[in-house]
Design a protein around this ligand. Structure first.
Ligand SMILES: [Zn+2]
Ligand SMILES: [Zn+2]
Length: 92
């Protein structure tokens, strides 16, 4: 089951359970759409995988399956991330 984390790991933007801006990777690293598009270029800085829009948990299930309230805030080293992306591109 997904944690449904409350914020973007990079900019700490609030991403409530019904946000349509929340993006997750397969390990549920959670970022807002803006960060994924502009900063991360659709590559997860933690695992190198891609992102997919996070599904919305229906509100009638929130009581039984509460969403996570643990804030994960690990700002991305943007320069390092973009260098990694560049290197990857050069190799392919
Ligand atoms: Zn963000
Ligand atoms: Zn990840």
């Amino acid at each position: 089951m997904l944690d449904i984390r409350p914020t973007c790991e990079h900019c700490k933007k609030s991403l409530p359970h019904d946000s349509n801006e929340a993006m997750i990777c397969s390990f549920e690293c959670t970022f807002c759409k803006d960060c994924v598009t502009s900063v991360l270029q659709d590559v997860c800085p933690n695992c190198g995988g891609g992102f997919t829009p996070r599904p919305i948990r229906p509100s009638h299930l929130l009581e039984k399956y509460p969403v996570s309230t643990t804030v994960v805030h690990k700002p991305v080293d943007v320069e390092a991330h973009q260098n990694r992306l560049k290197e990857k591109r050069n190799h392919t």
